[in-house]
Design a protein around this ligand. Sequence first.
Ligand code: ASP
Length: 301
Amino acid sequence: MTKNLLSISDLSKKEILDLIEFAKNFKLGDGSFRKENLFPDKTVANVFCEPSTRTKSSFEIAAKNLGCSVVGFDISNSSVEKGESIFETVDALSLMGVDLCVLRHPNSVIRDLSDYLPEMVFINGGEGSISHPTQALIDLMTIMEFKESLDGLNIVIVGDLDHSRVTSSFVEGISNFSFGSLTFCGHPSMSTKYLDPALGKYEPDLDIALQDADVVMTLRIQYERFEETLDLDLEEYKQAYQITTERLEQAKGDAIIMHPGPVNYVEISESVYHCEQSVIRNQVANGVAVRMAVLSRFLSS
Ligand code: ASP
């Protein structure tokens, strides 16, 4: 196991499976999580330089469930706002005794930071549109929970693919496993990175893409990552790419619907969010379990 979790590619297939197995142990049957005072001498800092609800809160809950102290770092009230670089900011936290830093940053700074501060453990909590390894673990865990095995599964990813670190990390993670097929569907201007057949099949027609799907992963339009203002008619976009109950009829009857959140109800309808096949809320709960497993493993290494 590497010292830091910077990318899902840092993990072997066995390490991915071990982390998912380990994460399951932290889930108690009643929807709560095991609490164990395993790391009372460790301090975790959540350094989030982009907005977050699920990732930030679940890392904090996970760390507290494991007995760690947590520094909930609010970037907008920090010296980063006074022009301090992220290097000095995280160095200061390290000098104060922080052992592990969960970093979310719009730019690729985490590798340089981990070289600059070799004593500290770094976990990537979201790196621009590049990677989000713990989300990939959550997504793989959730699929395995509902589908038992990945073998033969037809997986469809729909939405703003180009700006999605969730997609890039998922594609890297799933490449360790044998599955049926991987289909990408999205507006052509949001799918340019996914036209390479080596990654999967690009199918611009959602009704065709959904045929015989076992897993449907949906993504919001990530407006904040567009370099130019997006000139898009949302009604037309919904007509072409929104997952609705009617559209889901193309997929297999037991297909599961996933979404990393936050949901905008442009990419999926409210009835799909709440339908029986939706595992979106299970993904949120698995977020705590996966992050407990990741923190335990990386705090022990
Ligand atoms: N929460 C996910 C992320 O941080 C997905 C999203 O923001 O749309 O990448």
